[in-house]
Design a protein around this ligand. Structure first.
Ligand code: 2YJ
Length: 269
């Protein structure tokens, strides 16, 4: 990792943090703390945090560990990337007395607390983080109907969180079986009713608060958006069409990594 890269990452995170404050009135730390139902000033400061590169599957992604480490440093953590990946890097993680280790392969991105044994999953944390961001962005989700687009792990977690903020849930997924399963699970776990949307057009037109947890690009076009539509979009690539960005940008939250990583960290503290 070159100093120039660290500078660039840190600088982008600072700007992103300022963007979050402009839009939601809250910092990245405050949103992550809100996601786990804490006040950020109550969050304890742990020992060193390691971000361990993993070579399995598609292999190490250039800059991935360094970017995650950059986000964690911005959040005030003392952070390091071991010199080697995999088992050798894990040995270094333990030798340097890391308290928390972040690591990802092609299927899972987790953070583990090495003392408590607690494990945080990126999809779950991302859903929570974006629900918290939407709560701040809209001025409060209480009694609002929130449309969840995509009933995968991120959408699912966002749905549970939105209910926790007092909102109501409507869900749309291309695969209606997946959204039905989500509705059944939430009903049996919390007794809360989830509205199943069968038609994308009418679903999006009847909502002003949306979580886009789909991995699909540019399907939310200008004509679906109102001057009071708010979108929290963990989905990569972004579902909002590029033509609609100027119209929605001040009411849109979207990033590739920051909110999810911040919420993962806060879940473990
Ligand atoms: O250590 C590395 O550089 C790589 N093994 C990182 C791999 C990062 N993995 C991903 O980006 C996967 N798409 C993670 C899926 C997590 C689901 N939320």
């Amino acid at each position: 990792l070159k100093e120039r890269d660290i500078d660039l990452i840190a600088q982008q995170i600072k700007e992103y943090n300022e963007e979050l404050v402009r839009k939601t009135g809250h910092t990245l730390s405050e949103i992550a703390a809100h996601a786990i139902g804490m006040h950020y000033t109550d969050v304890p400061n742990p020992g060193p945090v390691a971000v361990l590169p993993m070579t399995c599957g598609q292999g190490v992604i250039g800059g991935f560990s360094e970017t995650v480490a950059g986000i964690l440093s911005f959040l005030g953590m003392s952070t390091f990337v071991p010199a080697f990946p995999d088992v050798k890097g894990f040995a270094e993680t333990l030798e340097r007395k890391a308290e928390i280790v972040f690591m990802a392969d092609d299927d899972r991105f987790i953070a583990a607390h090495l003392k408590t044994g607690y494990c945080s999953d990126n999809s779950r944390a991302t859903g929570k983080g974006y629900a918290a961001a939407l709560d701040y962005l809209t001025g409060g989700l209480k009694d609002r109907s929130v449309l969840i687009l995509g009933a995968g792990p991120v959408g699912r977690s966002a749905a549970v969180s939105v209910l926790g903020f007092g909102g109501k849930i409507a869900v749309y997924d291309k695969d209606s079986k997946v959204s039905e399963k989500l509705a059944q699970d939430i009903l049996s776990q919390s007794g809360q009713y989830v509205h199943l949307e069968k038609d994308f057009d009418s679903a999006i037109k009847s909502h002003r608060a949306i979580v886009d947890a789909c991995p699909e690009a540019e399907f939310i076009t200008r004509d679906y958006l109102y001057s009071d539509t708010f979108i929290s979009a963990p989905g990569v690539p972004l579902g909002v069409h590029s033509d609609a960005l100027d119209q929605i940008s001040s009411r849109l939250i979207h990033d590739p990594l920051q909110l999810g990583v911040a919420t993962m960290l806060y879940e473990l503290l």
